[in-house]
Design a protein around this ligand. Structure first.
Ligand code: PEP
Ligand code: MN
Length: 361
């Protein structure tokens, strides 16, 4: 059986072995309802997974393995497939095609690449506005910028917090860009969610299961970054936490892992792109900025990520990286970012993608 290298037969795995019920394309709403009712009566949870041509119903909450016979002969059922992977809802097995997340004109996971760009931290109105305009002109469709920053040192700049959220909304009004910003904890989730189009869960919070459950209750798209030492299976399990609560709008993000190599900040694991794409239907984007941690190397890694099949990028851009309050050393100047975008536009057709031109504002 093919799988991720970390895949092991653990007790936990056996306990949660379950079933995916693939409905016939012509299955009626009534038939789907009956299946869900049966799952409910058995004391398990049913999850509807919409696909391009048919729906699947995933079952969770069972402690013993289920037998296909219990579902296979019910009306409207095409097949009942036992799932041995630990992730049930984010895996490819249950869904035909890819998840495409649409945010009012911006689609993530479709043919068009999505480029998110902006400063590591929101620092001031001028800084954010200048960056937003520059990245919009270059063709980005989502503005990134941290307002609540998780910093290694408690003495480092922690972000402009609520004021940062306000400036992000101003920049959205000014440019029409969508916003992605990090939510650091449950305490500030309400405020951050109200201000953003996409909620970023940072690498340090990938295993904060309470936060994952909390964002699972929302319907806001979640950009889930891979933990610094997390395996791909652990990343997929973190995504599963969110999807199991009903929020199917999850974007996976490879942002570099910690290895023995000290010459770069992290090691961008581009293996993650084809591996995640093979295992999961969720969109996969890459953060080359944190991945290499050195501005000079960012364009090369950005190109490599798209060549590897990523659905998009999240890139740090600052109008004056030398004075940035965080991550200046890995931030691109606006003109370097614009050059990178031109090159990405030439690369896109080689991987059957498009990247439309920006429009000046
Ligand atoms: C960031 O995007 O600025 C950030 C802190 O990312 P990560 O969680 O990947 O370190
Ligand atoms: Mn950063």
């Amino acid at each position: 059986m093919s799988g991720l290298p970390t895949e092991k037969k653990t007790d936990e795995r056996n306990e949660s072995a379950t079933m995916l019920i693939l409905m016939k394309p012509q299955a009626t709403a009534e038939q789907i309802y009956r299946i869900k009712e049966k799952i409910d009566a058995m004391g398990y949870e049913a999850h509807e997974i919409p696909g391009a041509t048919r729906i699947a119903i995933g079952i969770t909450g069972n402690e013993e393995s289920l037998l296909p016979d219990a579902f296979m002969y019910l009306d409207g059922v095409e097949e009942a497939v036992p799932v041995t992977k630990p992730y049930k809802l984010v895996g490819r097995h249950g869904k035909v095609g890819d998840t495409v997340i649409a945010i009012d004109g911006v689609a993530i996971g479709g043919k068009e690449l999505v480029i998110m760009a902006g400063p590591c931290s929101v620092e001031s109105r001028e800084q954010l506005s200048a960056t937003a305009r520059a990245v919009k002109n270059a063709g980005a469709t989502v503005l990134r910028g941290g307002a609540f920053k998780p910093r290694t040192s408690p003495y480092a700049f922690q972000g402009l917090k609520e004021q940062g959220l306000m400036l992000l909304q101003e920049a959205r009004r000014e440019t029409g860009l969508k916003i992605v910003t990090e939510v650091k904890d449950i305490r500030t989730l309400g405020a951050v969610n109200a201000a953003t189009d996409i909620l970023q869960i940072g690498a340090r919070n990938m295993s904060n299961f309470s936060l994952l459950e909390a964002v699972g209750e929302l319907r806001t798209p979640i950009l889930l970054k891979r933990g610094i030492s997390a395996t791909l299976e652990e990343l997929l399990m973190a995504a599963e936490y969110i999807v199991a609560r009903g929020n199917t709008n999850v974007i996976l993000c490879e942002r570099g892992i910690r290895t023995f190599e000290p010459s770069t900040r992290f090691t961008l694991d581009l293996n993650a792109v084809p591996m995640l794409k093979k295992q999961s239907h969720l969109p996969v984007i890459v953060d080359p900025s944190h991945g290499i941690g050195i501005a000079d190397g960012v364009p090369a890694m950005a190109m490599a990520a798209i060549a590897a099949g990523a659905d998009g990028l999240i890139v740090e851009v600052h109008p004056d990286p030398a004075t940035a309050k965080s991550d200046g050393g890995q931030s691109l100047k606006p003109e370097t970012f614009a050059t990178l975008m031109d090159r990405l536009r030439m690369l896109a057709p080689c991987v059957d993608r498009t990247l439309t031109k920006g429009n000046s504002i």
